[in-house]
Design a protein around this ligand. Structure first.
Ligand code: ZN
Length: 720
């Protein structure tokens, strides 16, 4: 990435606004990630319609959040990010000067050397009243550009890091957009694109979110020629609600971050006597969703029998109490002594309880695997959402993919972060567009489920595509951490790594089906010429109709017989995996993969490429770093160094060293290399060799590569 640092000034002289105390404050912010505390201060923007004035400051007296207002009529706009406090200058940073012109009513923030000065300096009607802090001059890890815009009719300067605007797409009525510097992105904030816009907690049933408790009623159904064991209800109840071991209640408790729980509403045993045919085997009814098929009809009878026997179903008719027990009020497990695995609606009137059951039920058999049981029960929360992926390639990574297995199979793995986000069970960590690149500590999905469920590091990282309708969700998975992800698996038999999910949705935020490859083998030259993994729109066969084509190796497509057109749709979402970012392969991203690129297309088919690298799991396996893009490292702190003794440096350094060089710079001596003892994403362990470095004061820098063409910011370091 080419460093950019420009001092564009559009308004030779603006004016300004509201007088403020010039006090600097380097206090850490309570809600800031730990990495950003200390020397950093938050930069807030406000707007006054009467003055036509945008006002941006780090003054803690103007700390704010959406909805806040201040006299005379300033309203809070956004948090721009974090900058270094005024007391913390570093090499590679520059002061952010704040000027005010009372005639124009204009606040004006700039890093231009033409507007350098000290507090009290007067120039062209403006007074320099405050130095807000220091901003980076180059795009370092986790930073976004801070830009300056100008509105001539309002005579207003506006400094903003809003990713919706840039020098080629300035805000309406404003011009400019010159970069004043780079600031730490407000990735802990939910403001420009909100979690709500991206579908957080929008997956409801009858408008009711899956939060809190919900009763689950079980009906065990035997047949004259396939009797239930006498323990059917006790074993099922133990499996679903037992105090120990692998249970349905435990699974939902954990994957929901303790926000949702099934509660035991009882178990009723029924023997079906009026069976049409020999079996309610769902396989013989494949494709039939109509009421009237056997398992549906038998369940109706079983519920009627339970009602007759005195089970009170009216107690489930709660929200609202309208004579109907719906899916958001009651879950039903129908467990057959025959081969049935499916979830479907159920409607029957129960005269004794005087309610309609107008809900849904998971149809299962006695041998259902744990994952099948959890999957079919999940349908009562997520409706028709299935995420098999083309060729079932998301199997083992989400509950809503394939769940095959033999009798007694108790393996468990998580629900994907997309559905967990849509259910309101986990918040996404939204990465702003326009970020220079960065790194993210990510906890394994099952780590810290309880009180820490809202913790920043637990949230999946959400990388936006060109629109809100396409994005990636990245999560760290580690089966070794046990819990309900203990049996997570991939086709490559990986035990940990980053799962990267690509999501495409319609305008309403709901997922769309992503068409699969349409290939006529033997006549696919044009398709193969396209980069694998790219979704492209093209007229593949010259018939004048443009198709969405996903070129590349969607598993064995190249080997189908010539003339046999084949495709698989990807329903809802899919895992991006293979070494070239193709779909159709559920590989987790691991350190040895180096940089892996993920390709996508937005609604207007503008391509975007996201490159990621994985860091190694921490020693305890709880966490790993995900590095995104090609930003330069950022140095945050260092102590003093004694030659030949290791010392630590904090900052953001990337998932691995990969060619970067750590140096001590001295104006007279030039660069002296420092020995890297260990390279971690947030900590370097270094040693200054006495053979080549004399005691003295240097500037510690990290260069992007051995050419030393681009450097991080620099920290003063005294070497003894
Ligand atoms: Zn399903």
């Amino acid at each position: 990435m080419t460093p950019r640092f420009t001092h564009l000034l559009f308004c030779a002289l603006p004016l300004a606004g509201c007088m403020l105390d010039a006090a600097d404050d380097a206090a850490p912010l309570a809600d800031a990630p730990a990495e950003l505390t200390g020397a950093n201060v938050e930069l807030y923007t406000w707007y006054s319609p009467s003055r036509g004035d945008y006002f941006t400051t780090t003054d803690p007296a103007w700390a704010g959040s959406p909805g806040a207002t201040r006299s005379p009529d300033y309203r809070f706009v956004r948090v721009e990010g974090h900058i270094l406090g005024a007391a913390w200058p570093q090499e590679g940073t520059t002061p952010l000067y704040h000027w005010w012109n009372p005639t124009r009513g204009d606040n004006f923030l700039t890093t231009s050397s033409a507007w350098a000065g000290t507090v009290g300096t007067v120039r062209s009607g403006y007074t320099l009243f405050r130095i807000e802090g220091h901003v980076y001059q180059r795009p370092l890890m986790d930073t976004v550009p801070l830009r300056l815009y100008w509105n001539g009719s309002l005579e207003d300067n506006w400094t903003s890091a809003d990713p919706d605007y840039s020098d080629w797409t300035p805000p309406p009525s404003y011009v400019g957009g010159g970069i004043q510097g780079y600031i730490l992105a407000p990735i802990d904030r939910d403001q420009d694109v909100t979690r709500d816009q991206l579908g957080w907690r929008t997956l409801t049933r009858n408008g009711v979110a899956a939060i809190g408790n919900r009763p689950l009623f079980t009906v065990a159904i035997g047949f004259s020629d396939a009797p239930l064991p006498s323990t059917a209800c006790t074993t099922t109840t133990a499996l679903q609600f037992g105090a120990t071991g692998t249970t349905i209640r435990g699974y939902y408790d954990e994957v929901s971050s303790r926000r949702f729980a099934w509660t035991d509403a009882g178990c009723f045993t029924h023997v079906a006597t009026d069976v049409v045919g020999t079996t309610p085997n769902e396989g013989t009814l494949a494709g039939s969703e109509a009421a009237g098929n056997e398992s549906y009809r038998i369940l109706q009878q079983a519920l009627l029998a339970a009602d007759t026997a005195g089970v009170d179903f009216a107690r489930f008719d709660t929200t609202p109490r309208d004579g109907q027990v719906q899916v958001h009020e009651l879950g039903i497990v129908a467990m057959f002594a025959r081969d049935v695995v499916r979830e479907r609606g159920i409607s029957v009137y129960l005269p004794r309880s005087r309610v309609w059951i107008s809900g849904e039920a998971a149809h299962l058999n006695l041998n259902a695997t744990f994952a099948q049981r959890a999957h079919e029960i999940m349908h009562m929360l997520v409706a028709t959402s299935d995420e098999y992926g083309s060729g079932f390639h998301s199997e083992g990574l989400t509950l809503m993919s394939a769940t095959s297995g033999g009798a007694g199979d108790m393996r468990t793995w998580y629900l994907d972060p997309f559905l967990r986000m849509r259910l309101g069970w986990i918040e996404p960590r939204i990465v702003p567009r326009g970020m220079a690149g960065g790194q993210f500590p990510v906890d394994a999905a099952q780590v810290g489920v309880g009180d820490a469920s809202r913790a920043w590091t637990r949230r999946p990282v959400l990388f936006q595509g060109p629109s809100n309708a396409e994005y990636y969700l990245a999560e760290f998975r580690n089966s070794a951490k046990g819990g309900y992800d203990a049996n997570m698996f991939t086709w490559e038999n990986q035990t940990n790594g980053f799962a990267v999910w690509q999501v495409k949705t319609g305008a309403d935020g709901f997922p769309i089906t992503i068409p699969g490859i349409v290939i006529t083998p033997g006549d696919n030259g044009r398709i193969d010429a396209t980069r694998a993994g790219d979704d492209v729109f093209q007229d593949s066969n010259g018939d004048g109709v443009v198709e969405l084509v996903t070129p590349g190796p969607d598993r064995a497509l190249q080997t189908v017989p010539a003339g046999d057109d084949r495709y698989w749709d990807d329903v809802l979402m899919f895992v991006r995996g293979g070494s070239n970012g193709q779909r159709g392969f559920s590989s987790l991203l691991q350190p040895q993969h180096g940089q892996r690129s993920y390709y996508g297309y937005g609604p207007v088919y503008l391509p975007f490429v996201m490159s990621l690298r994985a860091g190694a799991p921490s020693a305890d396996g709880n966490r790993a770093y995900l590095e995104w893009g090609d930003a330069l490292p950022r140095l945050d702190w260092t102590g003093s160094a004694t030659r030949d003794v290791t010392f630590d440096v904090g900052g953001a350094f990337g998932a691995s060293q990969r060619g970067r060089v750590v140096s001590l710079y001295h104006p007279a001596l030039g660069n002296r290399d420092v020995t890297v003892v260990s390279w971690e994403a947030d900590r370097l362990r270094l040693r200054v060799p006495s053979a080549t470095v004399a005691a003295g004061t240097y500037t510690l820098r990290i260069y992007g590569d051995a050419t030393r063409a681009a450097a991080s910011n620099g920290l003063a370091l005294t070497v003894y």
